[in-house]
Design a protein around this ligand. Structure first.
Ligand code: SF4
Ligand code: SF4
Ligand code: SF4
Length: 425
């Protein structure tokens, strides 16, 4: 399917064989037969070593793989998408390799046939967890750092006790903005901020910096009550809930797009979901294309202002040496590294890029059964960060930041917080 002329995926929920078990294993064997001869992705994640070990055990013959051996690589995929944007054989290549969507198809099939544990379903319900936790943020944040509660969470929810849980905001970003909105003329445009669960429920500080930077650039900002983008439900294969979230968000966002607003998103994963996954989830909805074409990564949007000579470049404080982690999903978004370009506008500021996966990607980084694998995936990144002499460590992805902070003890800022500090409000 062609989306906006830039992305093409091997994932068609309208295919009558989409949920057919035999067709699923046949497709897995087809993809595996190419991957086993290529093996380029062996270091990215646990999926490929699991696949190649199984193939090697069966004399290089994918036809001999058992169902369990076919399923394991798909089960272990945490959808970082590295193997998609680095693979030379993705659509429109005739081999049409799309490993992350094959994994998603498997998880959807599994959920339809076997369901998922209630605790796993709760863990991915970021809206529900956020809404229930915010009114009790003080106590929740305290309890989440106590050993007895972590033992309970590990035993009953499967959340590894070593995982760093994101903090809970004492107020949602949406509510904070209602009380603290500053008057602007909006001469640089009207935008809808897709607030994201992570900014709305977990990282108020980052959200405040974001809104102040947008106001400083004379952008008129509205924050409607959208829902989670729906990507966490991919982890358990609950595609129906993802579709439900997509429908709600498209309806809300379409009304703003029709009124001339652009949509700005501060987290690459959420932008990726709206821009490139919603068209696959709602293939018959013409509004999806209208909305997805108006979705911008926040730094991409600010850089557009720079190109028009409209960016406020009144940066007053230098930021020194910055180590910048490039999130995998930002690479998938295909909009370049505009955060880097923006930070390099700050006087006496140098930015070094670190291109390594943090291994987090949703529940994979916190679940007991995958915590060690996730940590191993991120270990090279953690070593790099630990050895850096940088003054600041920066990443656009709050979950990667959380993972880096857990492993290194070094605080990680969002690029927008760097701009906020440089403006010296
Ligand atoms: S996904 Fe593509 S690049 Fe990676 S191992 Fe398979 S064929 Fe090779
Ligand atoms: S998307 Fe990431 S986790 Fe999934 S198979 Fe590809 S590299 Fe591995
Ligand atoms: S990707 Fe963004 S919107 Fe989606 S669940 Fe995560 S934070 Fe929320």
């Amino acid at each position: 399917m062609d989306i906006g002329g830039t992305k093409d995926f091997e994932f068609n929920i309208r295919d009558p064989k989409f949920l057919d078990e035999q067709a699923l294993w046949e497709e897995a064997k087809r993809v595996y037969s190419k991957c086993k001869d290529c093996r380029m992705c062996v270091t990215y994640c646990p999926s490929f070593p699991a696949l190649f070990d199984a193939v090697d055990r069966h004399d290089d013959d994918v036809q001999k793989l058992s169902k369990e051996e076919l399923a394991l690589p798909l089960e272990l995929c945490f959808h970082c998408k590295q193997c998609y944007f680095k693979c030379p054989y993705t659509p429109p290549h005739e081999w049409r390799i799309d490993f992350p969507h094959l994994s998603l198809r498997y998880k959807v099939w599994k959920f339809k046939n076997k369901g998922a544990k209630l605790t796993d379903r709760l863990m991915v319900n970021t809206d529900l967890v956020g809404k229930l936790s915010v009114p009790f943020a003080g106590i929740v944040n305290k309890l989440n750092n106590t050993k007895p509660v972590r033992v309970i969470l590990e035993n009953f929810m499967g959340i590894d006790r070593r995982a760093k849980l994101p903090p809970i905001n004492s107020q949602t970003l949406v509510d904070w903005y209602k009380e603290n909105r500053k008057p602007v003329k909006g001469e640089n445009g009207k935008i809808v901020l897709f607030s994201t669960c992570l900014f709305n429920y977990n990282y108020l500080e980052k959200g405040i910096a974001l809104l102040r930077v947008l106001e400083k650039n004379d952008l008129w900002v509205e924050i409607p009550e959208v829902q989670c983008c729906g990507i966490p439900f991919f982890d358990v294969g609950d595609i129906d809930t993802s579709i439900q979230k997509a429908k709600h968000n498209i309806k809300v966002l379409k009304s703003y797009v029709s009124a001339g607003y652009d949509i700005v998103v501060p987290v690459p994963t959420c932008a990726l979901q709206i821009k490139y996954e919603y068209p696959l989830l709602l293939p018959d909805d013409p509004d999806v294309k209208l909305v997805s074409e108006k979705v911008f990564d926040v730094h991409e949007y600010l850089w557009k202002l720079k190109e028009k000579g409209r960016l406020n470049q009144d940066f007053r404080v230098s930021m020194g040496n910055i180590a910048y982690h490039i999130p995998c999903h930002l690479k998938s978004l295909n909009v370049g590294y505009r955060a880097v370009a923006l930070m390099r506008l700050i006087p006496n500021t140098k930015v070094r890029l670190i291109e390594r996966c943090s291994g987090h990607d949703g529940t994979f980084g916190v679940k007991k059964q995958t915590f060690d694998m996730a940590y191993k995936v991120g270990s090279k990144l953690f070593e790099d960060i630990n050895s850096t002499k940088a003054d600041l460590v920066v990443s656009d992805c709050p979950l990667s930041s959380n993972q880096i902070e857990m492993a290194t003890g070094i605080k990680v800022l969002h690029p927008i917080e760097v701009l906020y500090r440089a403006y010296n409000f």
